[in-house]
Design a protein around this ligand. Structure first.
Ligand code: UDP
Length: 407
């Protein structure tokens, strides 16, 4: 198949850890590479956010990234990109008129807006993965939600019109059903883990003698890093390493870093909190292995790759009982679930876990088995491919002509 993905803000080539670059970038990159390994041709269309970028980058045999001109060629927060989706969609329409994809897979709602425009008049099935839903974001962030006001309405339309909505967790399917999406048009395919890199043995990042609690992720308020910092006050001796965040040179001007530093000072733990900055994704396994426990405490989480990466590296995660975590972490078996925004319970679970190395080991071992059995990309790529085939059948587009005898 020729599979065209649209990922307007999340390029598979971007550095991770900035405000808008996290799990979606990894997801798109791994899915594209995995599909290419199975013989498909994949093109990822992402917005040109720098004038220096070439039009096309050949990432690997079978995967090409195309930088689409849509708005000024500079970094723009993802919530401000909607006005440029018309230009993005028109570009896709021209592109797809000459090179018709067999399947289009849009990642994030704004990509759906552009893809719908690009696909108009073509008999090509469209799949949508939201990565996050506006209605959930609004519920948790209230007036702090910077999404365009049309988001929820447009998302519902996209969801109802897609041949398939590929959700990343079962909690999302509940939301989609409430949005009026027929269950037979949804499929759950979780995000995966690179099982060759996220393994328990290998290099270990430098560490001190102190028990290490690790947080990895974008530094945005909803990730609940402040809850983890506050919990540290109840976990004597431990240090908290916080990886992720904006470029180090911008820290002094960054409001979220300032807020987190303030929380650490107020809690009297500033001396035990270390901001490690943006971590190259290739360095993440060594960082996980250096930790005694990994914490991920978001208010809500559409999927949550970090707990799976921790488990794959044999480190027990303590995570909030929300969204994708409810599918991925088996409470008491591969990690621990705690309520969101509750630093006291988090501190108590961390104290117990840090005091019981044997239990940590057991959880770590079970986590490795769990991730390897269910979350390898090869398996998830095959599952995604089978949803594409169902979408092709459902749309009536010619499967035989599409595949041309290839995979
Ligand atoms: N990540 C990274 N370096 C950083 C921060 C994050 O490599 O400095 C990676 C992390 O390893 C994970 C992804 O970014 O693969 C974050 O994904 P998750 O689903 O946990 O959160 P999201 O950013 O999608 O909300």
């Amino acid at each position: 198949m020729r599979i065209d993905m649209v990922s307007e803000h999340a390029s598979p080539l971007a550095a991770l850890g900035g405000a808008d670059a996290g799990g979606q970038n990894v997801h798109v990159a791994e899915l594209a590479n995995g599909l290419a390994r199975r013989g498909h041709q994949v093109v990822v269309h992402t917005r040109r956010d720098s004038a220096d970028l070439p039009d096309t980058v050949r990432v690997s045999p079978g995967v090409t990234v195309e930088h689409v001109p849509a708005g000024p060629p500079q970094a723009i927060p993802k919530d401000d990109l909607l006005p440029y989706m018309t230009e993005f969609g028109d570009h896709l329409a021209v592109r797809w008129r000459t090179q018709r994809p067999d399947v289009v897979h849009a990642h994030f709602w704004m990509s759906g807006v552009a893809a719908r425009r690009g696909i108009a008049g073509l008999d090509v099935p469209m799949l949508q993965t939201f990565h996050a839903l506006g209605r959930v974001k609004r519920r948790h962030q209230g007036h702090k939600d910077t999404s365009p006001p049309q988001r929820e309405r447009i998302e519902a339309e996209l969801a109802r019109n897609a041949d398939f909505v590929v959700a990343t967790c079962s909690d999302e399917v509940v939301e989609l059903t409430e949005m009026g999406v027929a269950p037979e048009h949804t499929a759950v395919v979780p995000c995966g883990i690179d099982l060759t890199k996220f393994v328990p043995t290998g290099t270990v990042a430098d560490r001190t003698e102190r028990p290490r609690i690790l947080s990895i992720g974008r530094l945005v308020e909803r990730k609940g890093v402040d809850t983890t910092i506050a919990a540290l006050a109840g976990v004597a001796d431990a240090e908290l390493v916080i990886a992720g965040g904006p470029e180090r040179s911008t820290w002094d001007a960054d409001p979220e870093i300032a807020r987190l530093r303030f929380v650490a000072e107020q809690a009297g733990v500033a001396e035990r909190v270390h901001f490690a900055g943006q971590l190259a994704h290739s360095d993440a396994p060594a960082m996980y292995r250096s930790a005694d426990v990994v914490v991920s405490a978001p208010w809500y989480e559409p999927f949550g790759t970090v707990p799976l990466e921790a488990m794959a590296c044999g480190v027990a995660p303590v995570v909030t009982a929300v969204g994708g975590h409810l599918d991925t972490v088996i409470d008491g078996e591969t990690g621990l679930l705690v309520p969101p925004r509750d630093s006291h319970t988090l501190a108590s679970r961390l104290r117990t876990l840090l005091a019981r190395p044997r239990w940590r080991c057991d959880l770590g071992r079970a986590g490795v088995g769990h991730v390897r059995a269910r979350y390898g990309w090869d398996r998830l790529v095959r599952e995604t491919e089978s949803v594409y085939r169902r979408a092709l059948e459902h749309s009536g587009a010619s499967v035989a002509a599409s595949t041309g005898g290839r995979p």
